[in-house]
Write a protein that binds this ligand. Sequence first.
Ligand SMILES: *Cc1c(COP(=O)(O)O)cnc(C)c1O
Length: 391
Amino acid sequence: MIPSVLPTYNRAPLEFVKGEGAWLTTADGRRFLDLGSGIAVNALGHAHPALVEALTSQAQNLWHVSNLYQIPQQQALADKLVEHTFADTVFFTNSGTEACELAVKMARKYFYDKGQPEKVEIITFDGSFHGRSSAGIAAAGSEKMVKGFGPLLPGFVHLTFGDLDGVTNAISEKTAAILIEPVQGEGGIRPVPDAELKALRSICDEHGLLLILDEVQCGVGRTGKLFAHEWAGITPDIMMVAKGIGGGFPLGAVLATENAASGMTAGTHGSTYGGNPLGCAVGCAVMDHIADEAFLAEVNRKAGLLRQKLEGLVADHPEVFEEVRGAGLMLGLKCAAANADVVKAGYDNELITVPAADNVIRLLPPLTLTDEDIAEAASRLEKTAAQVAAA
Ligand SMILES: *Cc1c(COP(=O)(O)O)cnc(C)c1O
């Protein structure tokens, strides 16, 4: 009999009832160190007092009104994002994949309005992930995600990750945009080198294409800059954001330059819930903490500390771990053993990590993790590695 919850997930037999900082507690009182953050979502950890306050005080006044009216919390969050990024304008969604839908629509509409309606194709890369909507799966194009769900939304050209020559060769009169994650998340924590992001920006400029960055996982302080592309010293035309921006409340956004967004006039796009007062009140509190030099400096310091521990772990357990990769607090351990076994052994040691493609386990801790949490993470990873090695 089919479970009452549609069984599209293989769930671990863990049920958490409370969270605080980087820690999750089960009903039977076990305390887990959370290096997953609900997949890079709980950027300020669990039950951060400022987020609890933002959500509950908003909840006492107004939950929802519709985008037919002014929403001051939405205006405030858009202003903050515009102030701190390349963007001139922002549309709010409830998720990353909805941001992908709009990014694709925006790019196509841009060229349509410029009298180039043939420009509809978007270049993407293998190992990428842009969510589970029809546009998201068509954009990523992996067999695992698209099989059985055709006909797919046309207009995506899939290239090998890192193949810059392939990009130049793939550009035609139909090409509208290049879509890429600055650091692939689901694909196994694969950072795009700065030089490559710079080259993609130049290619877009040279051919009049839009550069769309998917920072749903790597954005909002995760890599130690507010957004990951800042490391490369480039800016996109359109950027997808979600996960960390809501700190656990469902919230996403598309950020764009005035030029890239020029086709999106009244009536061309919408969302019932996107940008609602609850989500935006929380998003403002998240931005107030993370868009701060001192906070980001701490993320970088702690990332250095954690990475150093992980390098030691790899050196001590080559039979379990092959290498450390990633940026900031978006780290991956490429496993020599099966990554699923490592994640499972982690659970035995009250430690949460997240598997990814390419036999990697992801470490995406709350950005607020403490030095003591890092020491505890190292010790639990050590025990986990020893357990896997002994199995
Ligand atoms: C998670 C993710 C998405 C999809 O976000 P949802 O909120 O699950 O729809 C898109 N892109 C990237 C890079 C992601 O990590």
